[in-house]
Design a protein around this ligand. Structure first.
Ligand code: SF4
Length: 391
């Protein structure tokens, strides 16, 4: 096992290098039955207490990454649109104080389309948010009820209009391949999605995650998930239609007009560094993997005790980093440069060339000079391909 060459003492040499910031807001009004994110329902949330805790956690990360150039902030959750705009504003202002800020810094906030939250979009934009990612999930009331969503299809459309008025850059999520999904029903939804004028859409297949209410329901045969063949046909249709509409996939589930990709998410997938603050947030700093306490109350206690919410901080070996970079990079349509990545991570090689050759022969991978990328059919089998080609 090789270890990463990056050490904290090289910090001074990294002044001006890009850094992305992820901020996790862990609260939701209710728990969706498919959700395995770190989200919690609480009767009340003390906004001031949370603002102070997140600011302290952020200050801890910033002190370890001095002089960096902030390229993006992403407020994820949970439901960060439940934050008071003043809380988001304080975090954005603190990040601007801690770091140099890129002129085109991207500041995204994930939002749910309930009326009360949509009413905050203009204030969030005034606070500095310049991109909204809206959890529409479906255009159909029966599907929204099945997904346990707290908004109607009409509310979703109104929230989308409010988001488009508030900020220039809007994305929304849809979940497809529900148990009763047909090619016809998804085709109609997709046509509607691609006609709404956003620069970016995230289209996720419903997956049954362990520990969720849906997992229990499937175990009790309350419903059967859509089969793999039908799901694959819907995935292929999605690739074709989005490409025709000028929003091709740049990642397995993410589609954008060229240039409108989520810069923040690209930083993850291109295996760049990012600071992660807030409950359950992960980060990648100076060759270390950082993880925060997941449960909100434990996070607050840790911040009160230690001045930060870290529960784990571990130096990645070169091999671990190489594997992570491979897993992330092959999600992207642009692919990876294995030799350049291996050099950046201080490992001899990233992939097993013989096995890569086999995967190219089978049509799952494609090589273009120094670039290795998955084909559309390969992206459907990504986990198996990764297990096969990792060096
Ligand atoms: S709103 Fe989002 S984070 Fe919250 S429970 Fe539903 S899917 Fe999970």
């Amino acid at each position: 096992m090789s270890t990463l060459a990056i050490r904290p003492e090289v910090n001074a040499a990294r002044t001006g290098e890009a850094i992305a910031l992820y901020v996790h807001w862990p609260f939701c009004v209710s728990k969706c039955p498919y959700c395995d994110f770190n989200s919690h329902v609480r009767a009340s949330v003390d906004q001031e207490e949370w603002r102070d805790a997140l600011l302290a956690d952020l200050a801890h990360e910033a002190a370890l990454l001095p002089g960096r150039r902030l390229t993006s902030i992403f407020f994820g959750g949970g439901t960060p649109s439940l934050m008071e705009p003043a809380t988001a504003e304080a975090i954005i202002a603190a990040a601007r104080d801690h770091w140099l800020v890129a002129d085109d810094v991207e500041i995204t906030l994930e939002a749910n389309p309930n009326n009360a939250e949509a009413a905050r979009f203009a204030d969030l934009a005034s606070a500095g948010v310049n991109r909204i990612s809206l959890g529409l999930q479906s255009f159909d009331d029966a599907s929204l009820a099945f997904l346990g969503r707290a908004h109607s299809a009409d509310e979703g459309m109104r929230a989308l209009e409010a988001a488009q008025l508030a900020v220039d850059r809007v994305s929304f999520d849809l979940i497809y391949a529900l148990p009763d999904e047909t090619e016809e029903s998804w085709q109609v939804a997709l046509a509607k999605a691609l006609g709404l004028g956003t620069e970016h859409v995230s289209l996720y297949q419903l997956t049954i995650e362990p520990g969720t209410r849906f997992a229990t329901m499937v175990a009790k045969h309350d419903f059967e998930p859509l089969g793999p063949e039908a799901s694959a046909a819907l995935f292929e249709m999605t690739q074709d239609r989005t490409t025709m509409a000028g929003l091709p996939a740049y990642e397995i589930s993410n589609h954008a007009r060229p240039g409108a990709e989520s810069r923040h998410n690209l930083a993850y997938w291109r295996y760049h560094e990012y600071a992660g603050v807030g409950p359950g947030a992960h980060g990648r700093r100076l060759g270390m993997r950082t993880v925060r306490h997941r449960k909100p109350e434990n996070f607050l206690s840790a911040v009160a005790r230690n001045g930060h919410g870290l529960i784990e901080e571990e130096r990645l070996t070169g091999d671990e980093a190489a594997n992570e970079a491979l897993v992330m990079g092959l999600r992207l349509a642009e692919g990876i440069e294995p030799a350049a990545l291996a050099e950046r991570l201080g490992v001899e090689r990233l992939v097993n060339e013989d096995r890569v050759g086999r995967m190219i022969g089978l049509g799952f991978l494609d090589r273009d000079e120094t670039i290795l990328r998955t084909t559309a059919s390969g992206r459907l089998l990504l986990d198996s391909i990764l297990a096969e080609i990792a060096a």
